[in-house]
Structures are given as structure tokens and as C-alpha cells.
Design a protein around this ligand. Structure first.
Ligand code: DGP
Length: 139
């Protein structure tokens, strides 16, 4: 299914582009939580992070720190969040993978509800086992 970011990639609608390479495009969020709020997207058209190829994921990882430095430098912020939502229950609205770089400070930023619980040992052991099994099945 085509998304608004596909249309940006195809040049059908404009964006305030800050960076582009063979695999990645970055542009300002149209509804910023703070000045400099930037979206970083792979050119690979996948809805969720876990669907990305290693190549697209590596390309994003390669430029994220550089883009974060540039956003900090441009805004004067010293704190920021990198947010990446997957699934509508997790607040994803555009179903093309994207990373938010959101400066945090007196001029706004991401508000986070973080309802932490305690990790019980009897829960941790089977969870580690299940995740390791899933990882092993991937390779
Ligand atoms: P998310 O909830 O993680 O799926 O965030 C989607 C973000 O995309 C949201 O912060 C607003 C932004 N957005 C939606 N449509 C457009 C658009 O047409 N242009 C730009 N630049 N940003 C958009």
C-alpha cells in the first residue's frame, strides 16, 4: 500500500529535505514536536523496522548519528530522542519505516509515559530463551 512517504520519495509531493543518499532520505516533520524534528526514512518501501533488509537497515544506521549531530548543531539542543514506531497500537501513523530525531528542551520535544515494571527472574529466563531461539532460527 502506498503511503505519503512513497509520494515524497517519488517527488509527487514536496518535503523540506535535509539529506539524501542512495538508500536514505531525511526531511523535516510536517508536525514537529520541537524545531528541527527530522524524519529519516529508507528508500526501501517497508512498513515496519523488522521487515527491512540488512542493506537498508545498515544505510539508516550509518547516517543516523551524523544526522543527529547536524540537528543538534542546527537547533542548539543538547538532548534529543530517536523514536521509531511500529504498528498503529505503537503510534505509527505512516506505514513506511521512519526514524524521528526529536530535539528535547525548553522549546518542546517528545513527552514519554514510561510505566516501568520489575523484571522477575522467572520471567527473564524463558524470555531470553525464546528470543535466542528466534534469533537462531533466523540464521
Ligand atoms: P508516526 O506516528 O511515527 O507514524 O509519525 C509520522 C510522522 O509523519 C508524523 O510526525 C507526521 C509526519 N508526516 C505525516 N505526513 C507528512 C508529510 O506529508 N510530510 C512530512 N514532512 N511529514 C509528514
Amino acid at each position: 500500500m502506498s503511503t505519503i512517504f512513497d509520494r515524497i520519495l517519488d517527488g509527487e509531493i514536496p518535503c523540506h529535505k535535509v539529506y539524501e543518499d542512495e538508500h536514505v532520505l531525511a526531511f523535516l516533520d510536517v508536525g514537529p514536536l520541537s524545531p528541527g524534528h527530522t524524519l529519516v526514512i529508507p528508500k526501501e518501501r517497508k512498513a515496519h523496522l523488522h521487515e527491512l533488509s540488512d542493506e537498508a537497515a545498515a544505510a539508516i544506521g550509518r547516517v543516523l548519528p551524523r544526522l543527529a549531530r547536524a540537528v543538534l548543531s542546527a537547533t542548539g539542543a543538547t538532548a534529543y530522542n530517536v523514536l521509531q514506531n511500529n504498528g498503529s497500537e505503537a503510534h505509527q501513523a505512516v506505514f513506511h519505516v521512519h526514524f524521528h530525531i526529536i530535539p528535547k528542551g525548553s522549546d518542546g520535544g517528545l513527552g514519554i509515559d514510561w510505566p516501568a515494571r520489575s523484571l522477575a527472574a522467572e520471567d527473564a529466563a524463558p524470555m531470553v530463551e525464546a528470543i535466542r531461539r528466534a534469533l537462531a532460527a533466523e540464521s
